[in-house]
Design a protein around this ligand. Structure first.
Ligand code: C2E
Ligand code: CA
Ligand code: CA
Ligand code: CA
Length: 274
């Protein structure tokens, strides 16, 4: 029995080591994945809750790994943040997003997720400005989505956000309600949009409290002239609930899953811009 237990430990540590090795290998692959064209951007519509017209799209990243297939950003973004590859990847995403948005009707927005390391990059603001110019996209059509973590990890987040705002770019507070101090950040910074996390939105059906909180967030957002986006709308029932709570914008599988750049054109035509 003793030696059996020992074997198990050996096996477990071998598995652990191979997990570490896999992470290391993936991190090595990440560094060259942009150059190899392995990243794809997909776009998920954000619609007006009142009339279901397209308001814009959020850009979401996918990695088509040569051996492992399509990987989820929840899995590889943390690896890219750990080894710094996210800075180059983030530039690629911004560039791709703006090149696609340039083809949409002018008021439609394009949202891009920004991680902490990018916001800390000294060249970030200059790069945003140059990309907007290169693709001739009006700054107000770009929305940068940041989370509470991004704010926590950046001592000078405020001055960077002020510079971006001076460019005319919109700022969204992402994953609202999942952190610890979300309310505090609303007082410290100015946001154009507040995105209520899907984990929160999805409980609205069963829990009256969640509905009351979402209503309160919408009231608060009105006071600071921000627009609320409810994430993770999967059913008609939820759509009605977030509408009643006062959310102007919604995003979720009910409207559409993330789609290719090509498909966005069709979605736009079908949703009132044709
Ligand atoms: P997020 O920014 O909160 O993005 C929303 C996520 O919810 C997306 O997952 C989207 O596909 C998913 N989603 C949308 N509607 C629904 C729905 O109705 N139900 C459910 N269950 N899910 C829905 P995705 O694409 O897997 O992205 C996961 C996370 O990875 C994102 O969360 C974001 O934090 C990060 N991410 C994605 N792309 C990028 C990027 O280019 N840069 C950075 N830094 N992070 C990214
Ligand atoms: Ca987001
Ligand atoms: Ca989110
Ligand atoms: Ca998220």
């Amino acid at each position: 029995a003793k030696s059996g237990g020992g074997d198990r430990i050996v096996v477990a540590s071998r598995e652990f080591r191979s997990q570490l090795e896999q992470r290391r290998l993936l991190q090595r692959d990440l560094a060259s994945a942009v150059a190899r064209g392995e990243f794809q951007t997909v776009f998920q519509p954000i619609v007006e809750v009142g009339n279901l017209r397209a308001h814009g799209f959020e850009t979401l990243l996918r990695w088509d790994h040569p051996d492992l297939g399509r990987l989820s950003p929840d899995f590889f973004i943390p690896l890219a943040e750990e080894n710094g590859a996210i800075v180059e990847i983030g530039r690629f995403v911004l560039d791709r997003a703006l090149s696609i948005a340039a083809n949409w009707p002018d008021p439609l927005t394009v949202s891009v997720n920004v991680s902490a390391l990018q916001l800390g990059d000294r060249a970030f603001v200059a790069h945003v400005r140059q990309s907007l110019l290169r693709h001739a996209v009006a700054p107000h059509r770009l929305i940068l989505e940041i989370t509470e973590t991004v704010l926590i990890r950046n001592g000078n987040a405020k001055s960077v956000l002020d510079e971006l705002r001076a460019l005319g770019v919109g700022i969204a507070l992402d994953d609202f309600g999942t952190g610890y101090a979300s309310m505090g950040y609303l007082r410290q910074y100015r946001f154009d949009k507040i995105k209520i996390d899907k984990s929160f939105v999805s409980t609205m059906v069963d829990e009256g409290k969640s509905a009351a909180i979402v209503r309160a967030i919408c009231g608060l957002a009105r006071d600071i002239s921000a627009t609320v986006v409810a994430e993770g709308i999967e059913t008609e029932e939820l759509l009605a609930l977030v509408g009643d709570a006062g959310c102007q914008l919604g995003q979720g599988y009910l409207f559409a899953r993330p789609m290719s750049a090509l498909q966005t054109t069709l979605f736009i035509e079908r949703s009132g811009w044709g």
